[in-house]
Write a protein that binds this ligand. Structure first.
Ligand SMILES: [Zn+2]
Length: 487
């Protein structure tokens, strides 16, 4: 049977850069196995040491998760599409709550919301519901920017925003709620100014805080809907669990490069049959296996599209609309301009929303995601060198070869003189190009990918001495040569 496997962009660098593969296989397991035997690095990402498919790697045949079919034994037939969907660093109506006493609209508000009021799907009652509603936005970054602006413009009566970041120039490529004049300001202040300019009729509550297990339930209780615009796994699980425990819908969005995901995780919806984020991804991705947007980049317009989808779903939940993204995972590829949709199901074994939950209060999410220092599975046995020390040793004539494991387009932006470029995805296959009799320093942008490259080389049996440049080319620019641009 000839089956097409779609590779997500986060894993393409380990699959020769390809987005699709044709394989001959009778089952889903055979198909993934065939693909990964061709690419050793990809195999390491998909399978654990016992040759079992890693639990955070979800495989879909057409639009169905194989976990809800026969797992790896799920049969495939000619023309089927198999998708590998890794987690990426995202019903009932509110009728009962708001029907009792809806606020009235002033003439000014009636004029402002005219295009809503003349739609039967919204109408006067719907607009009053929007005014009576409250939404808490976690983060005012790429997703939070369009999200907040559309929710404010739509007349959602009370908007809460949580953020602790400060606006930086590299945010402005996509975080359109902030402007050049805001560089250096707290994001919540800049967001509040923009939102109240869009709509002075709404209430904006700013919380300059990091969302934690200690404050999440307290914050969530004061809002009808939670919208997750964060970019890291601990916060995603925290938002999910706090939403399940408080019964609130979690309007989810996530982005990476040019791919996005959106869904509404709402365990209480549809008589308790709604899936939560843990039903989809029971276990977090180990640190480092999936790059973040800071490492992998993101097309500026992508969070605009995904954030607008989240705003759309939040508004529909408030209006009690049919067709919200409950039990549906929307996948968007901005480069191919394709939307796909996968079915989600509540997992009866889910530790928080299943039949016998084992998680009944918020936990330590940094530890759960393997990010606490004492929880790291294997502390990397990594030899490191600082940029200053490397420069000193090169100047004193030490024989050191430097391997740059970034991508060619990054090499175009900035480079350390005298380095050899071998991108991370190729280091193992091009290992022969590295002279193992010489001392080797690997570097990337900030030191994370080069550590992975060293790990991959060691696992592949590279016999020479490998040292990681701490802080990568960014540290080189800071410590040694300021003329090397930082990006
Ligand atoms: Zn669940």
């Amino acid at each position: 049977m000839s089956v097409t496997i779609t590779i997500p962009s986060a894993l393409r660098q380990f699959a020769g850069g390809k987005s699709q593969f044709e394989v001959e296989a009778g089952t889903a397991g055979e198909a993934v196995n065939q693909l990964s035997t061709q690419f050793a690095e990809l195999r390491h990402h998909l399978y654990d040491d016992k040759n079992k498919l890693r639990s955070f790697v979800n495989v879909y045949v057409n639009d169905e998760d194989i976990r809800h079919q026969s797992g790896a034994e799920t049969p495939v037939k000619d023309g089927d599409t198999l998708m590998i969907v890794p987690s990426i660093a995202g019903g009932a109506t509110a009728e009962a709550d708001v029907a009792a006493e809806l606020p009235s609209l002033s003439n000014e508000e009636i004029a402002r919301y005219s295009r809503h009021l003349i739609m039967p799907e919204v109408g006067l009652e719907g607009q009053k519901r929007l005014k009576a509603a409250s939404v808490l936005m976690i983060g005012t970054g790429g997703l939070g920017a369009p999200l907040g602006m559309y929710l404010a413009a739509a007349g959602v009566g009370r908007l809460g925003i949580i953020d602790f970041d400060v606006v930086e120039s590299s945010n402005l490529q996509r975080q359109i709620i902030h402007g050049t004049k805001d560089i250096g300001r707290p994001k919540i202040e800049s967001a509040r100014d923009r939102l109240s300019d869009i709509n002075p009729h709404i209430e904006i509550e700013t919380h300059e805080a990091r969302l934690t297990s200690d404050n999440a339930l307290r914050f969530f209780q004061h809002y009808d809907i939670i919208v997750d615009g964060t970019d890291n796994f601990p916060t995603r699980y925290l938002v999910n669990d706090a939403c399940v425990l408080t019964g609130k819908p979690n309007v989810y969005g996530s982005i990476f490069r040019f791919e996005g995901q959106a869904s509404v995780f709402w365990a209480a919806a549809r008589n308790g049959s709604g899936a939560c984020y843990r039903c989809l991804y029971p276990e977090p991705t180990p640190p480092g296996l999936v790059p973040s947007c800071a490492e992998g980049g993101v097309l500026g317009v992508l969070p605009g599209i995904v954030g607008a989808i989240q705003a759309n779903e939040a508004i529909k939940i408030i209006l009690g609309a049919e067709g919200i993204l409950v039990n549906r995972l929307l996948l968007f590829d901005a480069w191919a301009m394709k939307f796909r949709e996968l079915k989600l199901r509540k997992d009866p074994q889910c530790p928080i929303c299943g039949d016998s939950p084992t998680i009944t209060e918020l936990i330590d999410y940094e530890a759960f995601c393997g990010l606490s220092p004492n929880q790291q599975a294997e502390p990397p046995q990594l030899e490191e060198i600082t940029a200053t020390e490397l420069k000193r040793r090169l100047d004193s004539g030490d024989d050191i070869q430097i391997i740059d494991v970034r991508e060619p387009h990054e090499y175009e932006i900035a480079r350390i003189p005298g380095t050899t470029l071998i991108p991370l995805g190729q280091v193992v296959v091009r290992m022969d190009e590295i002279d193992h009799s010489r001392e080797t320093v690997c570097h990337c942008k900030a030191g994370v990918r080069s550590a992975k490259a060293i790990d991959a080389l060691k696992r592949a049996g590279f016999p020479g001495r490998l040292t990681n440049l701490k802080g990568g080319i960014t540290a080189w620019s800071d410590e040694v040569d300021a003329s090397v641009p930082k990006y």
